[in-house]
Design a protein. Structure first.
Ligand code: IDC
Length: 448
């Protein structure tokens, strides 16, 4: 049965309209990173104008190394419009840099992340993610070595931000942190005189007022971090942030979530929006936790999303959708570089109606990749028990992946015939989710 190829419904698709790039939705790489500095309580660019960075933090890179990939970073910049990526390297948890982690491997991930962020003109935060180790002095020597290497290697780039201790906690006092910070900053400053350094504050980077009372005065371009999780931390912490800023403290929200402080639990959009309002008022930069598909509400991807890039709206968790909308003011992720004229091919043959949509288009290793999703509708006056369609491209294509059909590449075309399970289409009914990914040396379109 499977081998009977019937061409009786061979469908020719026709492409309407010209081939034009849609660029309006795409933020191109035009903004080269400006050298940042701190003026009063504000982060400013080379012209002295206030800058508010918005971005996303990876989850721990030892757990989720797969999101450190070029395409993912590119999309975050171009589709989401983010300015900064935070690369979270845990120091103590499972696979931690100072405990049981493979240091070279972790450093390489950090370096790859810096490379991709740099390529797409984003700032990148190198996050020494202390957490269960409580006091940053626990692994101070390791931190010195690490930041010495990072600042030696990358100190000449102006898109680097050093976060020297994620969240001091437990009994760690501001004095402990300050002492640690002075030592680490002096290591960094030997190699890098200017880039911004972020310093954590006591009690999981919440006691910002303690830094405001006694800031580091002998160093330039230092900012202090405040972290919040909107379902847990509300007006009280916002008041503290406001007081610290008004006292003159440069504050940077290098991590926040819209769920509770466990990184999970219910989302509180109302509180999240209050936070955003205040951060916008004071031009406070912010970075959301986290870029992963972990089954927790702070993850921006759903746990069934197995992709590392090419995310569509369906892949986003509630947090992801909220953040995307907040950044772009759009409800749905816009595909990039998609030719509108090939997005929605509709060919009604009085028999079968085909629509072929480009749902993703990206470049990888110098090749153009396209993911198509097709729907076939039976417009005839009788039920079909088999079907076959042909899509003709204007360039040679290689089939990379395909689903819900039997696919053959013939010349510049692809023919698709039914699987046993989707052979029947009742009159007026349709079958969906016939998909494939093709790649080509050049941009392609369906000719017919
Ligand atoms: C959480 C992760 C979770 C992981 C845990 C490890 O979301 O998957 O198991 O760390 O201890 C922070 C921390 C950040 C936490 C996050 C949520 O900086 O590492 O991530 N959080 O608990 N501070 C407040 C909340």
């Amino acid at each position: 049965m499977k081998n009977i190829i019937c061409f009786c419904f061979s469908i020719m698709l026709f492409c309407f309209g010209g081939y034009e790039q849609v660029t309006a939705e795409v933020k191109e790489n035009i903004s080269i990173c400006s050298t940042l500095s701190v003026k009063g309580n504000q982060l400013v660019n080379e012209k002295g104008e206030t800058v508010q960075l918005k971005g996303i933090s990876t989850h721990g890179i030892a757990w989720f190394p797969e999101y450190i990939n070029e395409q993912c970073f590119k999309e975050l910049k171009q589709q989401w419009g983010i300015d900064v990526i935070r690369i979270a390297m845990y120091t103590a948890e499972n696979g931690g840099y100072c405990t049981d982690g493979n240091r070279e491997y972790l450093k390489n991930l950090v370096k790859n992340g810096i490379e991709y962020a740099t390529k797409y003109n984003m700032y990148v935060i190198i996050d020494w993610h202390i957490l269960s180790d409580g006091n940053p002095n626990t692994y101070k020597e390791e931190a010195k070595e690490f930041f010495d290497e990072m600042s030696k290697t990358y100190g000449k780039q102006n898109n680097i931000i050093y976060e020297i201790c994620n969240e001091p906690n437990g009994t760690t006092s501001w004095e402990d942190i300050k002492q640690y910070a002075q030592e680490i900053i002096s290591v960094i400053r030997k190699n890098d005189a200017n880039n911004i350094v972020l310093v954590g504050t006591p009690n999981w980077s919440q006691f910002i007022e303690q830094a405001a009372e006694n800031p580091i005065t002998n160093e330039n371009n230092i900012m202090y971090t405040l972290h919040f999780y909107a379902a847990t931390h509300k007006q009280d912490l916002r008041d503290n942030m406001q007081k610290a800023i008004e006292k003159g403290l440069p504050v940077f929200v290098s991590e926040f979530g819209i769920c509770d402080a466990s990184g999970n639990g219910a989302i509180n959009e109302e509180q999240a929006n209050e936070w955003i309002k205040m951060m916008n008022t004071y031009h406070i930069s912010y970075v959301i936790w986290n870029l992963s598909n972990k089954a927790e509400t702070s993850a921006i991807l759903k746990s069934d999303c197995k992709k590392n890039n090419g995310f569509t709206n369906d892949n986003l968790s509630e947090s992801g959708k909220w953040f995307y909308k907040m950044l772009t003011n759009k409800e749905v992720i816009q595909s990039q570089n998609i030719n509108n004229s090939i997005q929605n091919i509709n060919r009604n043959t009085n028999d079968l109606e085909i629509s072929a949509n480009v749902v993703q288009h990206w470049q990888q290793n110098g090749k153009e990749y396209y993911q198509y999703e097709c729907t076939i509708k039976n417009n005839s006056t009788y039920a079909k028990n088999q079907w076959n369609i042909t899509l003709q491209f204007d360039e040679a294509v290689t089939l990379v992946n395909a689903w819900n059909g039997n696919f053959n590449v013939i010349g510049n075309g692809i023919s698709i015939y039914n699987m046993d399970y989707n052979a029947n289409i009742q009159q007026g009914e349709y079958i969906k989710n016939i998909g494939f990914i093709v790649c080509s040396d050049r941009q392609i379109r369906i000719k017919y």
